[in-house]
Design a protein around this ligand. Sequence first.
Ligand SMILES: *[C@@H]1O[C@H](CO)[C@@H](O)[C@H](O)[C@H]1NC(C)=O
Ligand SMILES: *[C@@H]1O[C@H](CO)[C@@H](O)[C@H](O)[C@H]1NC(C)=O
Ligand SMILES: *[C@@H]1O[C@H](CO)[C@@H](O)[C@H](O)[C@H]1NC(C)=O
Length: 162
Amino acid sequence: MGRRNLWALIYVTVMMMLIEVESSLHRVGGGKYSWNSDVNFSDWSNHERFYSGDWLFFGFDRTRHSILQVNKSSYEQCIDTDFIFNVTRGGRDVFQLLEPKPYYFICGRGYCLKGMKVAVTVLPQPLPSTPITPVSTASTTLISSSAFTIATLSLAFNAFLL
Ligand SMILES: *[C@@H]1O[C@H](CO)[C@@H](O)[C@H](O)[C@H]1NC(C)=O
Ligand SMILES: *[C@@H]1O[C@H](CO)[C@@H](O)[C@H](O)[C@H]1NC(C)=O
Ligand SMILES: *[C@@H]1O[C@H](CO)[C@@H](O)[C@H](O)[C@H]1NC(C)=O
């Protein structure tokens, strides 16, 4: 193995370790299908730490529930018109928290008033990170964190070889 390859290998290994720390997947509500009206989401989010680049996972019954990203006032008043982004796809949906700022999500069709809303405050990434764009906003199922890691890794690797 050449010296260059060895350094590439070390670099990739270190990146892998950093990436493990860098992007977490948070299951909203704590369980597999926890986007429902039995969960206290402020209690849940108070016990989590969110960093930019992290992902939220929403598991839910899509025949009843939805997820809309809204602004602060719509969150407080449960207004589900004029939302920022409709996260709803197949019921196992992900959303990447790209920026260090507060994000607000509510469930449509009146469920917000029953407590189905969550606010998360995203902190800046403490480690240097490789910016990643979402794989596909149209994707219906969970983007597994390992697939994400591989994508990140190949980006990092390509950057190194340039
Ligand atoms: C949710 O939990 C918080 C404490 O984290 C508590 O203050 C609040 O009253 C709870 N809300 C409901 C609807 O039980
Ligand atoms: C929040 O969005 C609503 C529409 O849903 C809009 O009327 C309002 O002006 C927005 N508020 C802020 C602070 O951007
Ligand atoms: C959000 O998207 C889902 C799935 O595409 C759709 O069924 C639903 O009507 C949309 N909600 C709103 C409020 O547009």
